[in-house]
Design a protein around this ligand. Structure first.
Ligand code: MV4
Length: 503
């Protein structure tokens, strides 16, 4: 086993990996940029190296600096987390050359899955169902027209180097095809410096369901079931859960098998995720494979009891997977809300700044994977994530109840957060019924909330509630607790922070 691991990341995911190392008795090395000198991950690690200025291009993305810190500290392995260098095959090549173990799959697996067409070709050859379309980039307008007619409209044009919504174009009819192709190509060119695109049949109102897999270098694979990730906003996941309400045990076994087949096609080692689109008739199609630890891995950990990061570290050290497929069981239900320093009332505008106070919920079934603390300044340079709040329950109903309870008790001051948005989703009828797809947030949730005028009965109830509240808390409202001569004890307000906000 490794004695020392460097974590080439920051924030909550760096802390998550540091925790696994600590539990395994492995020494840890953090790297940090100039604005992260006081970050939680910098403080948590056994040692820490400054790797340059705030912009990621000058620090967290600079291979030489990461390798330099690994060399200087004597780390034998590097955990890349997600984002930054996590899926960069050049980084994987360099680690191999330096004889430092990169905790993750081979550069070959990263390259194959990084090209969306090569990935489609490779997994299709392994018998994995892919969305109908091309497995090569399309060259000419004529070819696009021919293929589109063959598979039928609507179709999607996608960037070969893409993933995550960039260089993506929905084409509903033939008349739009030529101009859409030009736009997709120019978008792909500016986002990925690669203008090649391919074509897929458009799946209407799909769900996004992904399968977590683990593999070791001895050819053993397990899948850890699915995560439902359809609750997204502009291609950014905001809420994930496991299991998915649409996945039956038979479907889970079938999706698990093809995910393992896809992984096997590139001799995958470590933790990986196969993304699928699930159509309304519950057919599923491979979309892409993510060759990294994912943001939403905790929901899988909560329902399987498996520590995915520890498994990653063990298999990277050459050990066998610690369990067989028959030993993987999903118990209960877990939901994750990504808590961001963003203003949900201003189109989710990032709100970096100093967290002046922080009260994190706990109690049964609640886990908060955080990268911040009270007094920390969220830098403007990176994703403004505060934490991932995860609630587990014996079933979906209990998980939602716990999430609502935890969100209501979560207090962050100094920056705006997405907590109020999550509370609204947890109370949404369609969400509660499990009746949603990838269009839910952008096309259903916001439209509904905007469109529905308050009814008179509701207005009367709200007015009455405000009146009753003011009456009950008259003293507290007249004089702020803690001020000289305040007649009200402080304890109730600190134990039930939801109250304090209104006062
Ligand atoms: C699709 C699709 C429908 N049909 N492909 C968007 C991001 C990229 N990873 C894949 N995406 C989609 N590909 C076909 N053939 C619908 C989407 C899509 C989507 C997928 C997952 C999660 C959210 C989404 C939101 C809009 C569109």
């Amino acid at each position: 086993m490794f004695q020392k691991i460097l974590i080439a990341n920051r924030g909550e995911i760096a802390v998550r990996v540091l925790r696994a190392c600590r539990e395994m008795g492995i020494r840890t090395v953090a790297v940090y940029s100039e604005v992260d000198r006081k970050a939680l991950h910098t403080r948590y690690a056994d040692e820490a190296y400054c790797i340059g200025p705030a912009p990621a291009r000058e620090s967290y993305l600079v291979i030489d600096k990461i390798i330099g810190a690994a060399r200087e500290s004597g780390a034998q392995a590097i955990h890349p987390g997600y984002g930054f260098l996590a899926e960069n095959p050049l980084f994987a090549d360099r680690c191999e050359k330096e004889e430092i173990k990169l905790i993750g799959p081979s550069a070959y697996a990263m390259r194959t899955m990084g090209s969306k067409t090569l990935a489609r070709k490779t997994v299709q050859a392994a018998g994995v169902p892919v969305v109908p379309g091309t497995v090569e980039p399309v060259a000419t307008e004529e070819e696009v027209e021919r293929v589109a007619r063959e598979i039928g409209f609507p179709v999607m044009l996608k960037a070969t180097a893409g993933g995550g919504g960039k260089g993506l174009r929905l084409v509903r009819e033939e008349a739009e095809l030529a101009s859409s192709l030009r736009m997709a190509k120019s978008e792909a060119k500016s986002a990925f410096s690669d203008d090649s695109v391919y074509i897929e049949k458009y799946i209407e109102n799909p769900r996004h369901v992904e399968i977590q897999i683990l593999g070791d270098r001895h050819g053993n694979y397990v899948h850890l079931g699915e995560r439902e990730c359809s609750i997204q906003r502009r291609h950014q996941k905001v809420i994930e859960e496991s299991p998915s309400v649409v996945v039956t045990p038979e479907m889970r076994a079938a999706m698990g098998k093809v995910a393992i087949d896809a992984a096997g096609a590139v001799n995958y080692e470590g933790a990986g995720t196969c993304e699928f689109l699930v159509s309304r008739d519950r057919s599923f199609y491979f979309l892409e494979m993510n060759t990294r630890l994912q943001v939403e891995h905790p929901v899988t950990e909560m329902v399987t009891g498996i520590d995915i990061v520890k498994e990653q570290i063990r298999v990277a050290a050459g050990e066998r997977l610690s369990l067989r497929q028959e030993e993987v069981k999903q118990t209960g239900h877990a939901i994750e809300c990504r808590v961001y320093a963003e203003d949900p009332d201003s189109n989710f505008l990032p709100c970096p700044g100093t967290i002046t106070s922080l009260r994190v919920p706990g109690g049964p079934g609640v886990r908060d994977d955080s990268g911040v603390y009270a007094g920390f300044e969220i830098p403007i340079y990176y994703d403004p994530i505060i934490s991932k709040l995860v609630a587990w329950g014996k079933d979906r109903t209990e998980a939602i109840a716990r999430m609502k309870r935890a969100l209501a008790a979560y207090v962050v001051t100094g920056v705006k957060t997405t907590i109020p948005f999550h509370i609204r989703v947890m109370n949404n009828r369609h969400f509660i019924e499990g009746n949603f797809d990838t269009n839910f947030i952008d096309q259903v949730f916001f439209k509904e909330e905007e469109a529905r005028p308050l009814e008179n009965v509701e207005l009367a109830l709200i007015t009455a509630a405000i009146q009753a509240f003011r009456e009950e808390h008259r003293n507290a409202l007249a004089q702020r607790p803690g001020e000289a001569g305040a007649p009200v004890s402080m304890w109730k307000y600190s134990a039930r922070p939801g109250i304090r906000k209104i006062g």
